[in-house]
Ligand binder design. Structure first.
Ligand SMILES: [Cu+2]
Length: 355
């Protein structure tokens, strides 16, 4: 009986010690007793995982040129052949100004952040020819658009990655109507944060009640350290220190000029990796569409703050009833700073003037 207990104890000790060395020591830095190390964090784990090390590298590229355009999200021209609307996109790295004196190295569609807006009408046949001029493979996902599975842009699942120098053609019918976007689906944690995103708007065939002003705002984040750009993400050591609306941080964000009495639609698109409760001063708005889909009038909430999570879209509308300079800003107030200095980041002015 005594021998049996002794053997059991020996097995237990061997079992526990091998468990702690093979499983815990490599993954949970600092968990083992008296080493004095701080609690483990994702960032600390990353350093021990060579496969994930690329996430921590600065966004780079060969021969990165200054951006030739200052403004992102501008309407993309198309040509029409046999009733098909044909758009052309090229992915490339540029130096992109998020402020007058702060540049990021961005991976872009056609050289801007956001990339150019594709705007079509419900039912249009759309062809998008994508040339990859990055040093990395990429794909495009049409976020929220009801595309055939083979056009969904998931690498290794619905298509092979578009290798550097290669071209790939996407083709689908634009449906349903609403606010959508397109973005990279290849190593999205890096490529989307680096700027590979753009608005995709599908107008209804017969717009029911078009607003006087129709503004699309893509919300994202950046990490800039010692002049280098990193993919911002919710991971220790990788948190953002700049925040942008359509690729610009306040006071470089575009002022929205409105005449008193006009009805304004704001299409918020969350393409960053953080939640942003967007708040409008002075006037309430109605949420008229969520993720591109219209909200029935009886179900429309009247609010002055709407939280936009990653991947979400909210179309809100308000009437400019009061003259003045009204702020629109994120209410996580660290997000209204530039490198920790206020004011900055996710703010813009809605300037309402007499007609
Ligand atoms: Cu925010």
């Amino acid at each position: 009986m005594k021998t049996y207990h002794y053997l059991l104890l020996v097995f237990l000790v061997i079992g526990l010690s091998s468990c702690s060395t093979s499983k815990f020591s490599s993954e949970n830095v600092g968990i083992e007793g008296n080493s004095g190390t701080a609690t483990s964090t994702p960032g600390m784990m990353m350093a021990t995982n060579p496969e994930a090390a690329h996430m921590m590298q600065p966004i780079g590229g060969i021969n990165v040129q200054p951006a030739s355009d200052e403004k992102g999200g501008q309407l993309l021209e198309y040509r029409e052949e046999s009733g098909i609307k044909i758009f052309e996109l090229t992915t490339r790295a540029v130096q992109w100004p998020i402020l007058d004196n702060v540049f990021v190295t961005a991976w872009t569609y056609n050289g801007t952040v956001p990339g150019p807006m594709i705007r079509v009408t419900e039912g249009d046949q759309v062809r998008v020819i994508v040339k990859n001029e990055l040093d990395e493979p990429t794909t495009i996902h049409w976020h929220g658009v009801e595309v055939p599975n083979a056009m969904d842009g998931v690498p290794g699942m619905t298509q092979a990655p578009i290798e550097p120098g290669e071209t790939f053609t996407y083709e689908f019918i634009a449906k349903p109507a609403g606010t959508f976007m397109y973005h990279s689906h290849y190593e999205g944690d890096v490529q989307v944060s680096a700027g590979l995103y753009a608005p995709f708007i599908i107008d209804p065939k017969e717009p029911a009640n078009p607003p006087d002003l129709d503004i699309t705002l893509m919300i994202s984040e950046w990490r800039v350290q010692n002049g280098r750009t990193y993919a911002a993400m919710p991971m220790s050591g990788m948190e953002p220190n700049y925040f942008t609306l359509n690729g610009k941080a306040f006071p470089f964000t575009e002022t929205i000029e409105v005449k008193k009495g006009q009805r304004v639609r704001l299409r918020f698109i969350g393409i960053g990796q953080f939640i942003h409760p967007m708040h409008l001063h002075g006037m309430a708005f109605k949420i008229v569409a969520t993720d591109g889909h219209p909200v029935p009038e009886t179900a429309q909430l009247t609010k002055d703050t709407v939280s936009v999570a990653p991947g979400e879209r909210y179309d809100v509308e308000f009437e400019a009833t009061e003259v003045g300079q009204w702020m629109l800003h994120c209410h996580i107030l660290h997000h209204t700073t530039n490198d920790n200095v206020e004011p900055g980041g996710l703010m813009l002015i809605i300037n309402v003037t007499e007609p």
